[in-house]
Design a binder for this molecule. Structure first.
Ligand code: GLA
Length: 389
C-alpha cells in the first residue's frame, strides 16, 4: 500500500514524498450522541483510514490532491483561507488555517491524500483527515502541540470552519486509538481508559447501509440544540453543566421541567444511554458479551425511538441481526441518518451472517449493504517504513 502511494505521489508531483502519515477511522461500540453532553463513550479506531503523503515545495503554495476525488487545488500560503462549497479539501485547509491563525509559521507543501474509509459511511472520514493533517503539520513544522491539543484543534476546525457542532469523540478516537482496545472516554474530563476489547469467540462486523447521508449535518446540529434546550430547562432546578451529570432516576424526577415532549425524549435517550455505557464497560470487563450485546440492542432502540436518528436502512440491519442466533447484539454507530451499523457476531458464523444480512437487506431496501469484519487498530502516526524506489 505504502509503496503504491509513493508511486502515485511521484506521478502527481514528479518527486518523492518526504513523509507519510496515517490516521484511522473509528466505530463507536456504545455511547451515541453522548460526547457533546459530557458523558461516557466507547469508540475504537479501525484499520481503515486516511493516508497523507507530503513534501515541502519552494513555491509558497499548498497543493491539495486526493486519490479519491478529482477536485484539486493550489492555494497561496498567505491567502485568507475560507471554506469553499462542500469540497473535500475544506478539511485540511481548515486545519492549515487554524495553525496559521494560532501564529504558527507554515511554508509551501504538496499534499496527497488517500482514504480507504468508505465515504459518507459514518466511520469518521472527516475526523480522520483533520487529525492526519494536524498531526502532519505539527511534525513537519515542529509546532509543539501535544496529541490532546491536536484533537481539540481538529474538533474546533469541524465546529467553526466546517460548521458541524460535533463533540470530541471522533477526533479523540482516531488520535488515541490503540490496537485491540476500546477507549472508555469521559467526554467531560477527557480522562480515558484503554479497555481490552477482548471479544473472545466474537468478531465485530461493520455493516455499511450504503445510504447517502443527506441532511445529516443539519439534523445533527438540530439534536445538539435540542439537548441544550433540555439542559437549560433542567438547570432551573438542578445545578448541572451537562445532561450526563444526572442519572435516569434524577432525570425521571425532574423531566417535567422539559415541556416540549420531543426535547424530553432526546434528553431521556442521552441520560439512559450514558447509564448503558457504564453497564457495558462492566459487561466487557466480565467478558459478558451477551450482556454487552443486549445493551447494544437497547441503545439502538433508543436512538430509533427517542433520539430519532436511525432510519429504515439501519433498522433493517438490526432487525435482521435479532433473528440470527450467532449475533450477541447490534446497533447503529456514529451520528446516524444512514451510515453504518455494527454487530457482535460469533467468529465461525460471520460468513453466514454476512451472506444473510446482504440478502435480507437487499430484498427489503433494494440495494446491497457492504459488510466488513473489523480490525481494531492504532491511532494517528507516521508511517515509518523506508520506501523502495
Ligand atoms: C458524530 C460526531 C460525534 C458524535 C457522534 C454521535 O460522529 O462527530 O462527535 O456526536 O456523531 O455519537
Amino acid at each position: 500500500m505504502k509503496a503504491d502511494l509513493q508511486q502515485q505521489f511521484f506521478e502527481q508531483y514528479g518527486k518523492h514524498a518526504d513523509e507519510t502519515f496515517f490516521s484511522p477511522g473509528r466505530v463507536n461500540l456504545i455511547g451515541e450522541h453522548i460526547d457533546y453532553n459530557g458523558g461516557l463513550v466507547m469508540p475504537c479506531a479501525i484499520t481503515f483510514g486516511t493516508y497523507l503523503l507530503v513534501a515541502f515545495n519552494n513555491d509558497n503554495v499548498f497543493r491539495f490532491k486526493s486519490l479519491n476525488f478529482n477536485e484539486e487545488t493550489e492555494i497561496p500560503v498567505n491567502a485568507e483561507h475560507r471554506k469553499t462549497g462542500e469540497t473535500w479539501y475544506n478539511y485540511p485547509l481548515g486545519v492549515i488555517n487554524h495553525f496559521q491563525q494560532s501564529g504558527k509559521e507554515l511554508r509551501g507543501l504538496d499534499l496527497l491524500f488517500f482514504g480507504d474509509i468508505p465515504i459518507g459511511s459514518g466511520l469518521s472520514s472527516s475526523a480522520s483527515i483533520e487529525v492526519v493533517t494536524a498531526f502532519a503539520l505539527n511534525e513537519l513544522f515542529s509546532a509543539g502541540y501535544n496529541k490532546l491539543e491536536l484533537v481539540k484543534l481538529a474538533q474546533s476546525v469541524e465546529n467553526k470552519f466546517i460548521g458541524v457542532s460535533c463533540g470530541i469523540m471522533d477526533q479523540f478516537a482516531v488520535a488515541f486509538g490503540e490496537k485491540d482496545k476500546a477507549l472508555k472516554l469521559d467526554c467531560n474530563t477527557l480522562a480515558y481508559e484503554a479497555v481490552d476489547s477482548n471479544l473472545g469467540d466474537y468478531v465485530l462486523a461493520i455493516i455499511n447501509t450504503n445510504k447517502p447521508r443527506k441532511l445529516a449535518e443539519s439534523k445533527y446540529n438540530e439534536r445538539v440544540k435540542e439537548c441544550q434546550t433540555a439542559l437549560t430547562a433542567l438547570q432551573h432546578e438542578l445545578n448541572i453543566t451537562y445532561l450526563c451529570d444526572i442519572n435516569s432516576d434524577t432525570f425521571d424526577r425532574h423531566k417535567y421541567l422539559i415541556t416540549d415532549p420531543t426535547v424530553q425524549k432526546r434528553a431521556q435517550h442521552v441520560v439512559e444511554e450514558n447509564d448503558r455505557v457504564k453497564k457495558a464497560a462492566e459487561a466487557l470487563n466480565n467478558n459478558d458479551l451477551n450482556g454487552f450485546g443486549k445493551l447494544m440492542y437497547a441503545s439502538h432502540d433508543s436512538l430509533r425511538d427517542l433520539y430519532e436518528v436511525s432510519g429504515t436502512e439501519l433498522d433493517t440491519v438490526v432487525q435482521y441481526a435479532k433473528t440470527n442466533p450467532d449475533v450477541a447484539g447490534a446497533r447503529m454507530t456514529g451520528a446516524g441518518f444512514g451510515g453504518c451499523a455494527i454487530a457482535l457476531v460469533k467468529g465461525d458464523g460471520f460468513k453466514r451472517f454476512s451472506n444473510d444480512v446482504i440478502a435480507y437487506y437487499t430484498e427489503k431496501i433494494g440495494y446491497a449493504p457492504s459488510v466488513y469484519s473489523s480490525l481494531i487498530g492504532d491511532g494517528v502516526g507516521v508511517l515509518k517504513e523506508q520506501v523502495k524506489s
